[in-house]
Design a binder for this molecule. Structure first.
Ligand code: HEC
Length: 187
């Protein structure tokens, strides 16, 4: 390669370098990139800040009692939540068949895990053998179960994350209460 050839190649390189540098400067001058003073999307960190620093399990989260909400709860609203959220696994009518989950006719105040012909988990069967009210679906027990099934009955096979809204739970429980020949008295 003679030196003339070499100069041509080196020249091409330098020219390319120069062009990209100039284009870079020109681009910056035209667009004025500037850091935003504030995030365009506000990120609410309060929930993170409020979480216990010790990493206590969510199961320990406080669950609002349902009793004060029941008087004003509407079974109709509960029915539509139940059909959407529970209907894929449960029937609610008298004589309804067991599905992925047991039929829920007359479940309020009944002993846990006793619907004929349904194969409950060992955890649910054990839950039904607890003494007194603990073994029954009292209003508050249902409230806790529906808020977080796996936290209330560890080992349950009910694959449902839970109803977060206390009002939804109250409405669903009001609906379930009505699905009975003799609805249990309100608490
Ligand atoms: C993915 C299916 C599924 C969904 C969705 C579901 N469940 Fe269940 N449910 C089950 C299964 C399975 C069981 C039995 C659990 C066991 O044996 O541990 C159960 C058990 C129950 C029980 C106890 C019944 C008894 O006889 O002791 C109640 C009450 C209940 N479900 C209510 C609900 C309500 C209310 C909803 C909606 C908010 C719901 N479930 C959503 C599958 C489901």
């Amino acid at each position: 390669m003679d030196s003339f050839e070499f100069n041509k190649i080196a020249g091409a390189f330098l020219f390319a370098l120069l062009t990209t540098t100039v284009i870079g400067y020109a681009g910056n001058a035209l667009v004025h990139p500037k850091a935003l003073a504030k995030n365009a999307f506000a990120i609410d960190a309060s929930a993170v800040a409020a979480a216990p620093a010790t990493g206590a399990p969510a199961a320990a989260a406080k669950i609002d009692p349902v009793a004060p909400l029941l008087a004003a709860a509407t079974a109709d609203a509960g029915k539509s939540v139940a059909q959407r959220q529970c209907g894929s696994c449960h029937t609610f009518d008298k004589g309804g068949k067991n599905n992925v989950g047991p039929n829920l006719w007359s479940v309020v105040t009944r002993t846990k895990g006793v619907v004929d012909g349904f194969k409950y988990s060992g955890a649910m069967q054990a839950a039904g053998k607890q003494a007194g009210d603990d073994g029954k679906w009292s209003y508050e027990n249902l409230n806790h179960f529906l808020a977080n099934p796996k936290a209330y009955v560890a080992g349950t096979t009910m694959g449902f994350a839970g109803l977060r809204s206390a009002q939804d739970r109250a409405n669903v429980i009001a609906f379930l209460r009505g699905q009975s020949d003799s609805p249990a008295p309100l608490p």
